[in-house]
Ligand binder design. Sequence first.
Ligand code: C2E
Ligand code: MG
Ligand code: MG
Length: 491
Amino acid sequence: EISTRDWSSDVCSSDLFATLADAGSRRRHAVLADSLNDAHRKLREQALADPLTRLPNRQLFEERLAEALSGRHLTDEGTLAVIFIDLDGFKPINDSFGHAAGDSVLGQVGQRLRALTGADELAARVGGDEFLMLVGHPANRERAAQVAQRILRAISVPYALPNGVEVNLSCSLGIVLYPEHGPGHKLIANADAAMYAAKRAGGSSYAFYAPSMDQDATLQLELQHDMRAAIEQNQLELYYQPKVHALSGQITGVEALVRWNHPTRGLIMPDAFIPVAERFALIGALGYWVIEEACRQIRAWRDEGLRMRVAVNLSVQQLRQDDLVPRIKRSLERYRVEPGLLTFEITESVAMEEVTVRAFQALAGVGASLSIDDFGTAYSNFAALRKLPATQLKIDRSLFTDIQDSADALAVVDAMIKMAHALGLKVVAEGVETEAQRDLLLALNCDEFQGYLYARPMTARMLSLWALDEGETHPVDFRPSLYDTQAAELI
Ligand code: C2E
Ligand code: MG
Ligand code: MG
C-alpha cells in the first residue's frame, strides 16, 4: 500500500506509478515507492528544519503530530504528550552578550534536546526560545513528567559562550496529554497555556494543562481589549513610592508606578497588564500617558511648594519609538517642568541592548537622568555599564532578600556597590522590607532605599502628605546599629 499523502507532485507523478505498474513488479513497485517516500521525507525534513538548531520547525512538528494523531505511527490505545518548552533567562543573555551568543546558546539547547530525544519522541524549535517535544506511545502522566524532568536537568547545565563566559538557564514546561487535555488541534495551544502557568509560578518547573489555564489566555485578550478604553477613559492612575536617603531617611524622590482602576475588576497591578500591553503593542500609548501624567503631577506638586523628582519606568518598545524624545520634550514644556526632575528607569537587560544605548543617550540629552533598574537580574558587565550615561543603579531585592543569612549574597552586593561607586553611580536598594536588610545595606554604603519598610506606593495626594510629614518623622541615623551585624566583619 502506498500512501501519497505527503508526496508532492514534483517527486511523485501518476506517470511514475503508471511506469512502475507497467513493469509488472508489484514488489519492486512497493520497495521503490518506499525508498522514494523515505527520500522525500528526508528532503522535507531538511527543508523544514530550523537552520540554527537543525531541529524540525513548527510546520514539520505539526505534520508529525497530525500523523501521530491519525494513528499512523501509534497504536490506538496509546496516548501521546506534547511538551511546550520556553527558556527562562534567555533574553538577558541575548541582550547582554549579543545575538551571536544567543544563537550559540540556542544551538546548544537544540543539541541537548536532540540528545535526549528517544525513538518515539520528536523535538522541534518553534520560535525564538521556544521548543516543542512530542512524546509518543506510551505517554502517560508519569512518563511525560519523567521526560519533563530530563529536559529541566539538561537545560540547567551551564552554557559556555563563544567569549568563554559561562551562563545559566532554566526553562518552563507545559505538558498536555492526548486525549485528556484536548482535541488534536488545541494540543499545542494548551501546552503553551500550561507553560505560561509554570512560568508565572516562578519558572524552572513544569505544569500539566488544566482548563482554568485557558481562562488566563482569555483574560489577557480581555485586558488587551479593555486597555484601549482605559487610556481614554482615565482609568489609569500613577502611584508614587518614595526613595529615601540612606543616612538621613529623607525623601530624595519617588518612583511612579502605574495602576489600573478597572471598572469591573478593581485595582489591577502593573505586573498583570504591562506584559499584556507590551505583547499587544499598547505600551506606546500607555507609556506616553505615564510620561504626560508624571509631568502634570510634578507641576501640581511644584505649585503646592513641593519640588519632587519623579522616576518613570520605560519599556524596551518605548525606547525603540522614534518620537519618544520629542514627546518627552513636549510634556516637559507643556507643564513647564525642569528636565532634571525627571528620571527614566530602564531595566538592566534593556540598558545593555545596543539599539537602546542610542535612545538612552538621546534621553540624557533632554536633561533627564537615567537609572538602571532591576540590576543583578541580567548579565551586565561593569565595563558596558560605564558607557551608559546613567547616574543611578537600582539593585533588585532578589539580591539581598537573604542577605542576613548568606555571606555570598553579602559579598556580591558589597562588590556591586563598590563597583557602582567607582563608576560614579548612586546605588538604590529597591524592595527593602526589614530593618536587618536596611542595616546591612547601609553598612555596605548603599546610598538610597526604596521599599515597604519605608512606604508602599501611594496616591499622589497621600504622597504629598507623607513628604510634608516625613521631615519630622524620619530624621533617622541608623548607623550605630550596624556594628553588631555581620556586615561589620566584612568592612
Ligand atoms: P519596578 O520598576 O522594579 O518597580 C518596583 C516594584 O517593586 C513595584 O511593583 C513596587 O511596588 C515593588 N516594591 C517596592 N518595594 C517593595 C518591597 O519592599 N517589597 C516588595 N515585595 N515589592 C516592593 P509594582 O508597582 O507592582 O510594579 C511592578 C513593575 O511594573 C515595575 O517594577 C515596573 O517594571 C513595571 N511598571 C510599573 N509602572 C510602569 C510604567 O509606568 N511603565 C512601565 N513600562 N512599567 C511599569
Ligand atoms: Mg522601576
Ligand atoms: Mg526594579
